[in-house]
Ligand binder design. Sequence first.
Ligand SMILES: Nc1ncnc2c1ncn2[C@@H]1O[C@H](COP(=O)(O)OP(=O)(O)OP(=O)(O)O)[C@@H](O)[C@H]1O
Length: 641
Amino acid sequence: MASSKELGAAAEPATKEERKKSKKRSTDEATKDSEAKPLKDKDAKKSKRSKDDKPTKDKDAKKSKKSKDDKPTKDKDAKKSKKDKSRTDAISKESDGHAGDSAGSDQEVAALPPADVPIDGLLRFPDFSRQQALSSESALEAARMGIPHWLAHPATVDRNVTAPVADPRFALSSHSIACCEKAGISTFFAVQAAVIPVLRVAHSLSKMRRHVRDLCVSAPTGSGKTLAFVLPIVEKLKSRVVVRLRALVVLPTKDLARQVMECFELFSAGTDLRIGLATGDVSLAKEQAALTDQSTPLAGGCSLVDILVCTPGRLIDHITLTPNFTLQHLEFWVLDEADRLLGEVYQDWLPKVQSFIETVTPSPETLASSNAIPVPDACTLRDPDSNLDLLARPPPRIQKLLFSATLTQDPAKIARLKLVRPLYIAITDEGKVSDTTSAAPNYVFPSTLTEYYATCPIEEKPLWLIYLLWKENISGGVCFTKSLETAHRLAQVVQAWALGVTDNAWRGNKIVVAEYSSDLPATERTRIMRLFKQGGISLLICSDIIARGMDIDQVSTVINYDVPTHMNQYTHRVGRTARAGREGSAYTLVGSTQMFHFKKMMIECQHWDGHLSLIKPNKDMLETLRGHYKEALEKVDTIYS
Ligand SMILES: Nc1ncnc2c1ncn2[C@@H]1O[C@H](COP(=O)(O)OP(=O)(O)OP(=O)(O)O)[C@@H](O)[C@H]1O
């Protein structure tokens, strides 16, 4: 693939006004820095120390590629694991005493043993590099915005942190380690290295329930958030005796739910755990039969699955319609793509689930009036009065786990979840201090992502897309449009063009373009996706159907045909490439009249200078392509007329 240089790319020169603004920004940052000096000084030393024993990002990327591509020898492995260990050791030493905590719970955390003292056979590992310290001005601003203390002070973890899967401090069973090996995973990414120990410790100390605290995790796209919750949940539940619904994982779309279920299946293979899927892909009756035993109504419910992966709509269906469906025994409640789930579209599902959980204990009157058989052992009383009985077995605390690449900081939205002693973990660039004084998320992009933009007349966008396809010899591309209609029409034009080009044998390898849309039947979508993964399709043209969460290794390039209107949309779209340490490119075709808004959005999110490069196309080539493009347009117009 051509580099930006070859394309004649050059960063657009900043205007005077921008230069002024950027200068002001750096002055502001400098002021902030001087205010936070004591911590910074300490941090600088830390960072120097960690830099010394840390390879560069490039080296890291190569290393991760290498470890995936070819199997290292035993010797190499041993060296690498030693190196990784020293690195994680360094991190855990650096971070002593900086464990993040919510307001009001600092004392409890202080009461915990230091990091190197084992608790119940486990170590508190790794601690977080540091809890973000805000300048007093920023802290005041956060408070003024109503942003709770814990949300304004994330425990930040450097995205380059890695740790070997077999490190005894993760306390993973040989089963989990073997599953990781089978999946080609020898090293945990930063989000996994940070989250897995927190969950492992919390649940190994289930008797000391104060350790079970809710988690909000923000990490870039493709950074491995799924495994960060899948592995500890499987690890905790695989020794269960009776089947009960103990983990609920909610995702915004069917495709995402299926993807996460497959991950659970992969990492629970060889255990007795049963994973259920409720997305509405099959009839409600079929789903009901798979989720519960409905032969006898039981007050304690009768689940046939231990883990349920579902979409919010279908979850509500089961809550209201499925006999013996209960959330009484829930221990984990995961909201993946949490910001989307907390959004307006699903506004009423959340309170419904909350109240179902809170009122799961049937009163004696309800029990008497219903046919449900109360089996004392099978009922979990979340009734606060039951806690008065000191000898009674305490009900499991439901641990809420929120994950997203664009986690909202909107206090009103977060408050709806009624989080308990939440801990906010943010995976960031080393040294980058996130802005926690606004409700907008902090945007962190994969370090292996290269971003470009091109300005062109709006009516010529299809030609420019063709130019990119041709010039960059794109294979494994995904092109996002704003609507199904645009995707459909664009796919037809580009297909017609590709046919013309192929007929003319301009290029040896065929360019194959396909539309991927929610309008297509599920079987057709599966077929197209399979073909794409096999390399039989060069470009998928779609609306935002796969913009979030979808993990497709083969995506090397993302093209924003229509400019994203919000930074969240941009982040998730471009995040379909450059995943798990792989390289990837993103192109945005910006119409001349859209430039102002696009640039403004990027600047506001501090993602302009030094992040995106301008592409200036080769005019001769563009003109050569124009002829075939016009022919393609005419062909499509005749179909429509
Ligand atoms: N430790 C690891 N080593 C190698 N590959 C990994 C590791 N952890 C996860 N992966 C791979 O990285 C890819 C991305 O993971 P995942 O889908 O969990 O990302 P994500 O953070 O949820 O992204 P998004 O925000 O886009 O949903 C997956 O293909 C997964 O198999």
